[in-house]
Design a protein around this ligand. Structure first.
Ligand code: NAP
Length: 346
C-alpha cells in the first residue's frame, strides 16, 4: 500500500454528485478536518449549476462530469455518494485513475461487486472503505467495550431496528428500483451491519420478509432473523415507511445493553442503558460528529498506508448477508449463507 505524504499537502478530496446531503454533511466536514482539503466537486453535465455553487462556497473546482473529477490530478481521494447502482462502477473508475475511495453504503449490491473492488484496490495499492459513519461514533466503541467487559455476559441476541420515512412521490432515489432503491439497500444496511459487527461474523442462515407500500415497487419495510449458530441470533427490522428509529440491543447471558440512537448527531449525546442483575444504569457518551471521525480515520489510513478501519472483507460480508435477505424474501423461506455466496433457499 503506498502512503500519502501529509507533509506534501493535505489529502485532497473530490466529491461525485452535488447532493443536498453532501452540501450539508460531508463538505463542511472535509473542509474542516485537519489534514484534509476539499478541492473538487462534480455533477452530471445538466446539473453543473449545482456543482458550481458548491464549488464557489468551498473554493473547489466544479467539474461538469464525473470522469473529469476522477482524473483531476489535484484530487487524491474520491467520495462517492451516488445512487446505489453506481457505487461499484465509479469506485472502479476512481481506482483505475489512482485515487483512494470512500464510497457510501452499500459498497455494492452483491458480494461480487465488493470482490471486484477488493481486487482493483489491491492492484492499485489504494485505500477503499465503505462509509458506515455510525461505526465512528464513540457510543458504538463504548458498547463494544461494555460487551468485552463481561457485564452483560456472553452475547446471545442482537436486536436492531432502523427506520426513517420517505414520502411517496418525493422523487427520492430510494424509491426507484432502477437506481438500487428500497429499504434493504438503504436503511437495511445498518440493521444488517450491527449484528455482524458485534458477533464479528456472518450468520449461517437468514429469514426475511419484505413488504412494499401500495403503489411502490421497491421493498419499503422488512423484518428478519439471523442464525449465528450456538444459540446466537439476531432479530432486525428496518423501514422507509415508519418514523425515525436507529436503536439496537445486545442481550447477553447476564444482561442487556441498549443504544437508543445509533445515529446521534453532533450536539446530541449518546445514551447507553445497561440492565443486569445489579439493576439499571445509564451512561452518557458525549456528542461527536461521526462523519468527521470517519473522514479523519480514512485520511489517517491513507497517510499511514494502514488498513482502513472498516475492511473490504467486512463489506463483502455485509453485501452477502443483505443479498441473502433478498433471496429469502423472494423465496418465502430461509436462505443459507455460506462463506462464499448464498447457495440455496428452502
Ligand atoms: N451515511 C449517511 O448518513 C447518508 C445520508 C444520506 C445519503 N447517504 C448515501 O448517499 C448516497 C446518495 O444519497 P442522497 O440522499 O445524497 O441522494 P440524492 O440527494 O438523490 O443525491 C444523489 C446524487 O447522485 C447523482 N446522480 C447520478 N445519477 C443520478 C440519477 N440517475 N438520479 C438521481 N441522482 C443521480 C446526483 O448528483 P448530480 O445531479 O450532482 O450529478 C445526485 O445529487 C446513497 O448511497 C445513500 O445511501 C448516506
Amino acid at each position: 500500500m503506498t502512503t500519502h505524504d501529509e507533509h506534501d499537502h493535505p489529502l485532497r478530496w473530490g466529491v461525485l454528485g452535488a447532493t443536498s446531503y453532501i452540501a450539508t454533511h460531508l463538505m463542511p466536514v472535509v473542509a474542516s478536518t485537519p489534514g484534509c482539503a476539499l478541492t473538487a466537486v462534480a455533477s452530471r453535465p445538466e446539473r453543473h449549476a449545482a456543482a458550481a455553487e458548491l464549488g464557489r462556497t468551498y473554493g473547489a473546482t466544479a467539474h461538469a462530469d464525473y470522469q473529469a473529477l476522477v482524473e483531476d490530478p489535484a484530487v487524491d481521494a474520491v467520495y462517492i455518494p451516488l445512487p446505489n447502482t453506481d457505487h461499484v462502477d465509479w469506485t472502479l473508475r476512481a481506482l483505475a485513475a489512482g485515487k483512494h475511495v470512500l464510497v457510501e453504503k452499500p459498497m455494492a449490491m452483491d458480494e461480487e461487486g465488493c470482490a471486484r473492488i477488493e481486487k482493483a484496490a489491491e492492484a492499485a495499492s489504494r485505500t477503499v472503505m465503505e462509509a458506515f459513519m455510525y461505526r465512528f461514533h464513540p457510543q458504538q466503541r463504548r458498547a463494544a467495550e461494555i460487551l468485552r467487559s463481561g457485564e452483560i455476559g456472553e452475547l446471545r441476541l442482537v436486536r436492531a431496528s432502523f427506520a426513517f420515512r420517505i414520502e411517496s412521490g418525493s422523487g427520492n432515489i430510494r424509491l426507484d428500483p432502477a437506481l438500487g432503491g428500497g429499504a434493504t439497500w438503504d436503511v437495511g444496511c445498518y440493521a444488517v451491519d450491527v449484528p455482524l459487527l458485534f458477533f464479528g461474523e456472518a450468520p449461517h442462515q437468514v429469514s426475511a420478509r419484505f413488504s412494499s407500500r401500495p403503489g411502490l415497487t421497491v421493498d419499503t419495510s422488512a423484518v428478519a432473523t439471523m442464525d449465528f449458530g450456538q444459540g446466537r441470533s439476531a432479530v432486525v427490522d428496518y423501514s422507509i415507511d415508519y418514523g425515525p428509529r436507529a436503536a439496537y440491543e445486545l442481550q447477553g447471558t447476564h444482561g442487556t445493553l441498549t443504544v437508543r440512537n445509533a445515529w446521534a448527531m453532533e450536539g446530541e449525546d449518546g445514551v447507553i442503558t445497561v440492565l443486569s442483575g445489579d439493576g439499571v444504569r445509564e451512561e452518557t457518551v458525549p456528542s461527536a460528529n461521526h462523519y468527521q471521525r470517519q473522514v479523519a480515520a480514512f485520511a489517517q489510513a491513507v497517510r499511514d498506508g494502514s488498513p482502513a478501519p472498516m475492511s473490504l472483507a467486512e463489506s463483502r460480508r455485509t453485501a452477502r448477508v443483505s443479498s441473502a435477505f433478498v433471496a429469502s424474501a423472494a423465496a418465502g423461506g430461509a436462505a443459507v449463507v455460506t462463506s462464499g455466496e448464498v447457495t440455496e433457499t428452502r
